[in-house]
Design a protein around this ligand. Sequence first.
Ligand SMILES: Nc1ncnc2c1ncn2[C@@H]1O[C@H](COP(=O)(O)OP(=O)(O)O)[C@@H](O)[C@H]1O
Ligand SMILES: [Mg+2]
Length: 320
Amino acid sequence: MSALLELQNISVSIGSAQLLDGVSLRLERGQTLGLVGESGSGKSLTAMAAMGLLPLIGGHVSDGSVRFDGQDLASLNDTQRRALRGRRIGFVTQNPMTALDPVQRIGAQIDVVSRLHLGLTKQAARARTIDLLTQLRIPEAQAVAEAWPHQLSGGMKQRIVIAMALTGDPELIIADEPTTALDVTVQAQIIQILAGLVREKGVALLLITHDMGVVAQICDRVAVLYAGRLAEEGPVAPIFAAPQHPYTTALINCIPQEGMARGTLRGIPGAVPSARQYPSGCRFHPRCTRATADCAALTPPLITRGDGQAACLHLPEVAL
Ligand SMILES: Nc1ncnc2c1ncn2[C@@H]1O[C@H](COP(=O)(O)OP(=O)(O)O)[C@@H](O)[C@H]1O
Ligand SMILES: [Mg+2]
């Protein structure tokens, strides 16, 4: 059976800039895939490609293919692609404020999604809205449906966005840094809600985050992006036990350890290069403490090991 979502070797360009280069991902039904990397690595562009939304920002898939449930998105027309989003693919954005209309009551905003995608009557749509809010453990669902967005806390607003993403009863939820705009105390609640949807409803989750701690907690697989390329990909357990790519190791080392004071998060020295100045060879080599002459000169191959862990590097410890 085909994967629910499969990106095969995709490259993405906006104008003359090639922003993603040969990215492959596979997400099975009911599974959670973490997509990680520092800011500017290409995570959001990958999500846009998966939803067929690149044209909105003037971009396109210049090579490779994006398949949802076996269907190549490039073979669908605009109407078919729109039907996919919201109905079979739910999207949760980084900032709930941008996803909610400030001048419409909460319930009306959710109702309209099920009327559009499921063709429900006004009453049936409202009943579904209340049901979804209740499933997301929102207390006093009736009152919340009558509220305006500004009356709710950030965490509550993000639950509303998740409810909207669930309205079409999707098979896939793409959540792009869903907790970044929230207080630390509610971040864990939102992650637990998303993990619960996978467990209880069997949806697949593509979770974009820069937090490897969250990936270790709830993901089945993880894909590590750096400067528009895949650095490493595979099942979570072997990657955390023995990361092959020095960039993966660096991200894992950024997870705050228990007992460590807040604010002592260890960053990775240097910065992600901009798309106009990608280094030669392995794009991480200027920041890598283990880089060799090969790393600067040659684009490394993606090598898959027996356990499904694939890494893109020259280092000799990648044992087959
Ligand atoms: N609309 C755009 N036009 C030009 N460059 C863009 C655009 N969107 C993103 N980029 C560039 O593509 C790269 C990846 O961006 P993005 O996918 O947003 O990264 P992430 O989500 O991992 O932070 C960055 O170098 C960014 O500057
Ligand atoms: Mg992003």
